[in-house]
Design a protein around this ligand. Structure first.
Ligand SMILES: Cc1cc2nc3c(=O)[nH]c(=O)nc-3n(C[C@H](O)[C@H](O)[C@H](O)COP(=O)(O)OP(=O)(O)OC[C@H]3O[C@@H](n4cnc5c(N)ncnc54)[C@H](O)[C@@H]3O)c2cc1C
Length: 383
């Protein structure tokens, strides 16, 4: 088994991993992304993204291809078909990352293996999962495509209720199917749901104590079969889509003896700096506790992890420091650049810039005061 060294190893080349890869590679760190299949992650399964800033509408494959190319442009290396099977800490403070074929050693590892939607496991679900065929796991992403259509929504937790309310803003009719009578969602959300149901039952209808047993159609979803678990009664609902919100399964099985996981398998970390319990090991994207499960937030996580990586490399003791808002990225970045140079002219430039910044701030404050004074004068004199 070959042993390979890098400054930063990123596990997973989905949006979070690619975001991290871009920043790490662009900062001239030797960066390797280990990807189980091919770059892209979950978003590769959709042909229409409308909520990624900067793009009115772009397909998942097009977007991630651009992201992957950008990482490679800056020297980031993406290794495909490289499933990570285990990690270990070494005595010298580095981390060992193992795949079937190789062993990688790095001071920093960013965990970005993402998560997968929990499936219902009913006939038709796989068949209609392809983009545009009618089965979806993300209301925030796909609701607009079901404008004035009929959809079935499945689940009883916070996501299910929230997403159902979101769907109801677009669809002509939403059936919410839940296998119990009581919802697991928070009271506030359930109240909001009941209010919407009571306001217009023809637009939002509950199917309680019920499960979906089959999704069927010809090329596209046309109906869902339901069964009442108490009475055994079955029925068919004609619909254009089925939205499944029965939870996420993080791809973290290979990490369970290495970092702390929540009871559902999400990686524990501090929310500001994305540090896990292992020094040098950050986490980013859908696999972490508290993730918003969106493309933009996954990318942002990756960027954050790669930014904080520099802080760790500069000062390893930072890892154990408690959360502090005193250290803003902009502040330490300037500080980093300043400290990392022995060049006198760079130091001079740093102080000149700091001086300019201070003067500008004083000017700004004085202007604000002048405006305030002028406004109060104007009101006193009746203008
Ligand atoms: C059909 C669909 C449509 C969506 N549409 C939208 C949308 O329109 N807008 C939006 O904001 N969000 C959307 N999302 C959600 C969005 O795709 C995710 O939030 C985002 O992809 C999460 O990025 P990530 O990098 O954290 O994880 P992932 O995208 O899951 O990527 C993780 C990567 O890690 C790899 N990996 C996993 N385990 C290992 C391992 N052991 N070793 C090596 N590699 C590993 C995986 O193969 C994968 O490539 C959609 C999701 C789906 C499924």
């Amino acid at each position: 088994m070959a042993e390979k060294k890098a400054d930063c190893i990123i596990i997973g080349a989905g949006p979070a991993g690619l975001g991290a890869g871009l920043y790490a590679a662009r900062d001239r760190f030797e960066t390797v992304l280990l990807e189980k299949f091919y770059p892209g992650g979950q978003i590769i399964n959709t042909d229409r993204i409308e909520n990624y800033p900067g793009y009115q509408n772009i397909s998942g494959p097009d977007l991630v291809m651009k992201m992957a190319e950008q990482v490679q442009t800056f020297g980031g290396r993406i290794v495909t078909n490289a499933e990570v099977t285990g990690l270990a800490c070494r005595d010298d403070g580095t981390v060992e990352v193992r795949t079937e074929e190789d062993r990688y050693i790095a001071k920093v590892v960013i965990l970005a293996p993402g998560s997968s939607y929990r499936k219902l496991g009913v006939p038709g679900e796989e068949e209609f999962r392809q983009a545009g065929a009618g089965v979806s796991y993300c209301g925030t992403c796909d609701a607009p495509f079901f404008k004035d259509k009929t959809v079935v929504s499945v689940g009883g937790g916070n996501t299910a209720v929230e997403e159902t309310l979101h769907l109801a803003k677009y669809a002509k009719k939403v059936y919410l199917v839940h296998r119990r009578r009581e919802f697991r969602a928070t009271k506030v959300l359930v109240e909001e749901l009941m209010e919407a149901v009571n306001k217009d039952a023809s637009a939002l209808e509950l199917k309680l104590d019920s499960v979906v047993t089959e999704i069927a159609g010809d090329g596209k979803v046309q109906k869902a079969a339901l069964k009442n678990v108490k009475t055994g009664k079955t029925e068919e609902i004609p619909c254009d889509g089925v939205f499944i919100f029965v939870g996420m399964v993080p791809n973290t099985g290979f990490l369970k003896d290495f970092v702390d996981l929540t009871e559902h398998g999400f990686i524990q970390c501090d929310p500001a700096y994305l540090r896990t319990k292992i020094p040098g090991v950050f986490v980013a994207g859908d696999c972490r506790i508290g993730a918003a499960m969106q493309l933009a937030t996954a990318v942002a996580d990756g960027v954050n992890a790669a930014m904080w990586m520099k802080q760790y490399l500069r000062d390893p003791d930072w890892w154990n420091q408690p959360l502090s808002d005193a250290l803003s990225p902009a502040g330490w970045y300037a500080d980093c650049r300043f400290r990392s140079t022995n060049n006198d002219s760079a130091r001079k430039e740093f102080y000149i810039n700091l001086f300019r910044l201070t003067i500008n701030r004083i000017r700004l404050l004085t202007n604000t005061e002048t405006v305030k004074r002028e406004k109060s004068c104007a009101s006193e004199t009746g203008f």
